[in-house]
Design a protein around this ligand. Structure first.
Ligand SMILES: Nc1ncnc2c1ncn2[C@@H]1O[C@H](COP(=O)(O)OP(=O)(O)O)[C@@H](O)[C@H]1O
Ligand SMILES: [Mg+2]
Length: 335
């Protein structure tokens, strides 16, 4: 039995570009798949093919048990889509936007109004409900966009980079909302450039590059392939590097790498922030002055390097700004 979202051999070309080069996916009902990849990997194209907005050149897709190519209208009625770029009418209020979506789906006005109020509350937008959405912050717009996709409570949802460009606080708020949603049994396909996001939200991850799925597994499985977390220390005095290396060896679960010219030592660890605090105490107790210390967690780049031997390349020049947003701080530096 194929899952709630199923794709086999999806191919989509734009001129010379093979945006999708034979994509297979299978998302069991009630689970979340994270489609993880850099800009230009083919994530949006995959979402557009699965949501009937784009016709693939070849391949097969079944969503909510319905053939996407043969019965696009039926598919549209069973899915919700939240786009990479929030699609709300700036001049309408939040409430009016949601009401309008309900009416597009032929809900009775009273029902649409009640649903709008319920969603505004759920997405913490009640206070701003009657303000034009052009006064909303980026995070509020994203929440409204998600709410709009949920007006009809679809059994299958697609979210294309729901948190790209949001600051860390807004991102975490949105993660909470998404978690509540999937706790209700919705099947979700979510695209992201952040390993951390897929880690938080997805049961399974498919890593895409150049229109192909190059790896799949749980977040832990992918991270294990990168060597996992590590502590990085930059010592102040070069002559302390030997002692620092001994200290790290006591905490590490693998060999310590030493970079003489930058005075940086790196060791793979498990135990996160708590362990980091212990390392700091021990270095201090030995009288080793440090310039910098941090816990480094694997990022999409690390996963890419371990899978492909090269860093995630950016294919699409236009999307440069979104790519910058992808290079957020993944380092927890000790205070
Ligand atoms: N409408 C289009 N016309 C031409 N090329 C496109 C079009 N849509 C996407 N592409 C190209 O297809 C590739 C995949 O794009 P996309 O699916 O948007 O990637 P992602 O969402 O992962 O950033 C990119 O090289 C992109 O430039
Ligand atoms: Mg995209």
């Amino acid at each position: 039995m194929p899952g709630a979202i199923y794709a086999e051999g999806l191919v989509k070309t734009f001129g010379d570009v093979r945006a999708l080069d034979g994509v297979d996916l299978d998302v069991p009902e009630g689970t979340v798949l994270g489609l993880l990849g850099p800009n230009g990997a083919g994530k949006t194209t995959a979402v557009r093919c699965l949501t009937t907005l784009l016709r693939p050149d070849s391949g097969k897709a079944v969503v909510a048990g319905i053939d996407v190519l043969r019965q696009p209208n039926e598919v549209r009625r069973s899915i919700g889509l939240s786009g990479q770029f929030a699609a709300v009418d700036e001049y309408l209020t939040g409430r009016e936007n949601l009401h309008m979506v309900g009416q597009l789906y032929q809900m009775k006005s009273k029902v649409a109004k009640a649903r709008a109020a319920e969603l505004l509350d759920q997405f913490h937008l009640s206070d701003a409900a009657d303000r034009p959405t052009k006064t909303y912050s980026g995070g509020m717009r994203r929440r409204l966009d998600l709410a709009a996709a949920l007006v009809v409570s679809p059994p299958v949802m697609f979210m294309d980079e729901p948190t790209t460009g949001l600051d860390p606080r807004n991102r975490q708020e949105l993660w909470e909302v998404i978690k509540q949603l999937v706790a209700g049994g919705t099947t979700l396909l979510l695209t992201t450039q952040y390993l951390e996001e897929a880690d938080h939200l997805a049961h399974d991850i498919a890593v895409v590059d150049h229109g192909r799925v190059i790896a799949r597994g749980t977040s832990d499985q992918l991270k294990a392939r990168t060597g996992g977390e590590r502590v990085e220390v930059v010592v102040h005095e070069r002559h302390h590097m030997g002692t620092a290396s001994e200290v790290l060896a006591g905490f590490g679960k693998g060999a310590t790498t030493v970079e003489q010219h930058t005075r940086k030592l790196t060791v793979p660890v498990t135990g996160g922030a708590k362990l980091l605090a212990e390392v700091i105490r021990e270095l201090d107790a030995r009288g080793i002055e440090i310039d910098d210390i941090g816990l480094r967690r694997p990022t999409l780049d690390d996963v890419f390097i371990s899978l492909t031997g090269h860093a995630a390349e950016v294919r699409d020049e236009e999307n440069g700004s979104a790519d910058d947003a992808g290079r957020e701080q993944e380092k927890e530096t000790a205070k």
